[in-house]
Design a protein around this ligand. Structure first.
Ligand SMILES: [Zn+2]
Length: 434
């Protein structure tokens, strides 16, 4: 009856869809305001057409929803219909389907989050590896591209009647091309993404591989997120990014796996270092995909190298924790000693002051007298003072030895060392007889 309304010339960016007595107007704009203005223009044209055909548009029965990637508060823009202002709703139901205003933004994020959960165990990467890299390593098409492909196939099936299975085979090429473009554009964003892009440049070939699952060790090499000093240092888990063997060279995945001389024998045996086609970062994808044997050799090499680095890192961590604790104990000891010395000095000074006061009250000391009754000579006085000083020093030394013998510090250190899982260094007995 009102098919003519579907043939009306409407502004660019506006489409109409009719079903029974419902009419949907789709207005697309770069901002919510632009979309609202376009919708108003279109609705005004439709309303005029209806009046001319003795029909009436019911503003009260018109529902609006603004589907936008913007925040909900910013995307709500009123639309005037025949002089009545209508605000977009949060959701409307059309032909049994609920359309929500935050559909695009919210759904993409939710879908990505869900896919991220199941891609990790497939890619076997560290949790710090970004989603885009994990999907490439796992060879799993990002969910948003998958949804787009489904939509294209569905539309073409409606138009041409071809089976969905055939359409998916055809559309998969377009999806892979789009994924490859996304991957190439993502490449400059970080050094780890650059690295993975360098070792896995071709998504189509990578996804088509028929080898076994991705092992955790190879995922470390391909993502650069592994027990390499460069990565550990960037996460504040190692004191420096330097290679343990090569001074001044950062220990990246590339250095450890393809360059470091300490793993030369591993590369010789498993990566064909001395052969005609040695493995390098730029030829690694081709080598991995060339045969099942090369793939498993590379996995074994990755396992040996990353496991060695991992064990070394554990020991480093334990040692540095130990060193840190010993240094802290030494600092505490030194601070304690300084505090005790300062306290003793204050006490001694107070005592000396008291003695001076008493001597002043008593007046001059009586002359020193020999048991014979005669006055001491000046040599005898000097000898007596020297003897008193020697005795005082002996008493001090004895007291210091006594304190040391009773000190409990060694036990305390043993306990701290044991706590960090490294056995305390055992001092061997002095060889006797010499
Ligand atoms: Zn090195």
């Amino acid at each position: 009856m009102y098919d003519g309304v579907l043939r009306l010339t409407l502004p660019d960016g506006v489409e109409t869809v009719g079903f029974a007595d419902d009419l949907v107007v789709l207005a697309a704009g770069t901002t919510p305001q632009e979309a609202a203005t376009l919708a108003e223009e279109a609705i005004s044209l439709i309303s005029s057409w209806m009046e001319a055909h003795h029909l009436e548009l019911a503003p009260a029965k018109t529902e609006l929803v603004m589907i936008s990637t913007m925040r909900r508060a910013n995307s709500r823009h009123p639309v005037t219909i025949n002089g009545v202002e209508r605000m977009p709703k949060e959701s409307i139901k059309y032909l049994g389907v609920i359309l929500q205003d935050h559909m695009v933004r919210g759904n993409r994020r939710k879908l990505t989050r869900v896919q991220n959960l199941y891609v990790r165990p497939v890619a076997r990467t560290f949790i710090s590896v970004r989603y885009e890299v994990a999907t490439v390593l796992a060879g799993v098409v990002p969910i948003c591209l998958q949804v787009k492909e489904d939509a294209r196939c569905y539309r073409k099936q409606q138009e041409t009647g071809t089976s969905l299975k055939e359409l998916h085979v055809l559309e998969r090429q377009a999806t892979l091309a789009e994924w490859q473009t996304m991957w190439d554009e993502l490449e400059p964003t970080s050094r780890y993404t650059r690295w993975t892009h360098r070792v896995v440049p071709d998504i189509g070939l990578w996804k088509a591989r028929r080898h076994d699952d991705m092992p955790f060790y190879l995922a470390q090499v391909l993502s650069g997120h592994g027990f390499f000093h460069e990565y550990l240092h960037s996460r504040h888990l190692a004191p420096s990014a330097e290679c343990r063997r090569c001074p001044g060279v950062p220990e990246s995945a590339e250095h450890a796996f393809f360059q470091c001389p300490r793993f030369a024998d591993v590369r010789q045996g498993l990566l064909g270092e001395d052969s005609e086609f040695p493995a390098t970062a730029d030829t690694f994808q081709a080598l991995l995909l060339s045969s099942r044997e090369r793939w498993s050799d590379a996995c074994v090499a990755a396992k040996i190298i990353t496991t060695t680095l991992q064990q070394e890192w554990y020991i480093e961590r334990a040692t540095s924790a130990n060193d840190g604790m010993v240094a802290a104990v030494q600092r505490l000891d030194a601070a304690h000693e300084a505090a005790v010395a300062a306290r003793n000095e204050r006490r001694n000074e107070a005592r000396r002051a008291l003695t001076r006061e008493r001597q002043a009250a008593r007046g001059a000391p009586p002359p020193a007298v020999h048991p014979d009754g005669r006055l001491l000579s000046s040599e005898e006085l000097a000898e007596r003072d020297a003897h008193r000083l020697r005795t005082r020093d002996n008493v001090r030394r004895h007291r210091a030895r006594h304190r040391l013998a009773n000190a409990e510090a060694p036990d305390c250190l043993d306990y701290l060392w044991a706590l960090f899982g490294v056995e305390a260094f055992q001092e061997e007995d002095e060889p006797s007889g010499h």
